[in-house]
Design a binder for this molecule. Structure first.
Ligand code: HEM
Length: 308
């Protein structure tokens, strides 16, 4: 994964360089780079940033995420059996899902054509190999499509939005940007790619990345979860079936835990010049249900991309 991120970083920095120092909106380029890391894991290949099919997939994902915030989509979530008959943003979401599933299904068909049972090129190959096993009945193609799109939705928007917050904070606080740059120059230099093993030698940059995630707070209500059985949580009785919506902001902006909760302040993660791991840092949520790929895809990917 690290190599794939490093490879994509080269394309992303080239795309930035092509702008020759002129102002530009980095949104699509960052989305393309982050999605490409997921593409190379799932499909086994990356796309050129101007590839039409790729840009179409990204546009559909972007639009679908935005439409989830619209009033009709929210009403659909609350009253699906009635609202499904009405026109509105939720219908566009369904249409977008149909198109995105079509894209992934086409990729799966191509993989089936040249599948080598003894070698796996990517996630789709590995999944197809599991399906072919005699006890692989839990694995089916519909689920493969869903898991692949899960990775895209969970991995693209989150990482891409966080990187955009990082750029914004660096633009607003040039003195912090200068300290990060100085640390990058001292530890990595200008001739090689950053690697995960550099992280421990870069406490300031590490603290800045953590502060971007704390202050950016991009998933303030995590994901809704359901109690599978009667449960007692922090003294509250939750009957089976209760939907739990964790409020991550209440922890990441708590003045009991953070010296200056509403300011962008990397010192929150520094003690005596060393990186300070804080318990109240939980942008990936916590426990068994936390972001399943947070260590590799979240922190490493973020760190590597930021260090570019
Ligand atoms: C800055 C980047 C990211 C942030 C802040 C983030 C945050 C989160 C959060 C808050 C959850 C909900 C956990 C819960 O329910 O308690 C989650 C779930 C998940 N994330 Fe991430 N995530 C990031 C990147 C990624 C990436 C890159 C991937 C994969 C490529 C990924 C895959 C997933 C998956 C599959 C789940 C669902 C886990 C499950 O249902 O058990 N995430 N993420």
């Amino acid at each position: 994964l690290e190599e794939r991120i490093q490879e994509e970083c080269r394309f992303l920095t080239d795309a930035f360089r092509d702008e020759q120092g002129n102002p530009f909106n980095p949104h699509l380029k960052i989305n393309s780079a982050v999605s490409n890391v997921i593409c190379s894991i799932t499909f086994g290949n990356r796309f050129e940033y101007h590839d039409e099919d790729f840009q179409n997939l990204l546009r559909l994902m972007d639009e679908t995420v935005t439409l989830h915030g619209k009033i009709m989509s929210q009403l659909y979530n609350a009253f699906p059996s009635i609202i499904k008959y009405f026109p509105g943003s939720h219908q566009t979401i369904f249409e977008n899902w149909r198109l995105m599933k079509g894209f992934v299904k086409e990729k799966i068909s191509k993989h089936k054509e040249d599948l080598n049972p003894s070698e796996s090129r990517d996630f789709i190959d590995s999944y197809l190999q599991e399906m072919a096993k005699p006890n692989g009945s839990d694995f089916c193609e519909d689920n493969l499509v869903a898991c692949t799109l899960d990775l895209f939705f969970a991995g693209t928007e989150t990482t891409s939005t966080t990187i955009r917050w990082a750029l914004l904070f660096m633009a607003i606080y040039p003195e912090i940007q200068a300290r990060v740059q100085a640390e990058i120059d001292a530890v990595i230099g200008q001739t090689r790619q950053p690697a995960l093993e550099d992280r421990d030698k870069m406490p300031y940059t590490n603290a800045v990345i953590h502060e971007v995630q704390r202050k950016g707070n991009i998933i303030p209500f995590s994901l809704p979860r359901e109690a599978m059985k009667d449960t007692v949580l922090a003294g509250f009785h939750l009957p089976k079936g209760t939907i739990v919506v964790p409020n991550l902001s209440s922890v990441m902006l708590d003045k009991k835990d953070w010296e200056t909760p509403h300011s962008f302040n990397p010192e929150h993660f520094l003690k005596d010049g060393q990186f300070w791991k804080r318990e109240a840092f939980m942008p990936f949520s916590i426990g068994k249900i936390s972001c399943s790929l947070m260590l590799l895809c979240g922190s490493t990917g973020m760190g590597l991309l930021a260090a570019q």
